[in-house]
Write a protein that binds this ligand. Structure first.
Ligand SMILES: C[S@@+](CC[C@H](N)C(=O)[O-])C[C@H]1O[C@@H](n2cnc3c(N)ncnc32)[C@H](O)[C@@H]1O
Length: 201
């Protein structure tokens, strides 16, 4: 959270999903959360520092959108973006989970590993940082992050229902839950995270 990183008490969070906003508001009581579609500018609040993580992989025309967010900043204001560039893993369960999610996101015309697009963007801003960070992840962490989608989004999304049969969905979900509950702390692979920091000129 920017609050912890900057010690700034004036922090706003924007999301278009009311359930996530409710959860965030319960956890971070000193912050203000606003229901808004971030593809619609002007944004409802203006900040010196904006932070977007794992958001652009849900959205379209991302470089153009990032440039519109930059316009929302004051002079010298900063926009920090962190997006997945790749996930490397030898675990066949994680590989299959990721392949399904790549297909799901693609069915919405978006790109899961959008960090690969962000890296080459042409921005109307000073680029203070454009780096790839490698984060080792354990089996427990991967399963903990992946499992919830298999019992929520996967059971609602037509792409998943049409392309992955119920038996395979259940087997993958059960296996992810088993790994999560085993607290297996062995390394599962590496998350490649693209971090770009832009400053308005
Ligand atoms: C993968 S989650 C990432 C959540 C958080 N940023 C993090 O790093 O853990 C993606 C979030 O983007 C939100 N989202 C997707 N499209 C959006 C839009 N057009 N406007 C606002 N929020 C959006 C979803 O509701 C969801 O909370």
């Amino acid at each position: 959270m920017l609050y912890e990183a900057t010690d700034c008490s004036n922090v706003y969070g924007i999301d278009s999903a009311s359930n996530f906003l409710k959860m965030a508001a319960e956890t971070f009581k000193h912050c203000t959360f606003i229901n808004h579609d971030v593809t619609k500018t002007p944004l409802p609040v203006h900040a010196d520092v904006m932070y977007a993580r794992f958001l652009l992989s849900h959205l379209l025309d991302v470089v153009e959108l990032v440039n519109r967010w930059v316009e929302e900043l004051p002079n010298k204001g900063k926009l920090i973006i962190e997006e997945l560039e790749d996930i490397e893993t030898d675990n066949p369960v994680f590989q299959r989970y990721l392949a399904i999610n790549i297909g799901l996101v693609a069915s919405q015309d978006a790109v899961l590993y959008i960090g690969k697009t962000v890296v080459d963007g042409v921005y109307d801003a000073d680029v203070l940082c454009n780096e790839c960070i490698s984060i080792p992840i354990t089996n427990y962490q991967a399963a903990t992050w992946f499992y919830p989608n298999t019992v929520t989004i996967w059971e609602q999304e037509q792409y998943v229902l049409d392309n992955i049969n119920a038996k395979e969905r259940k087997e993958l979900s059960d296996e992810l839950l088993r790994i999560k509950q085993s607290h297996d702390m062995r390394e599962a692979g590496t998350w490649k995270l693209r971090r770009v920091v832009l400053q308005r000129v």
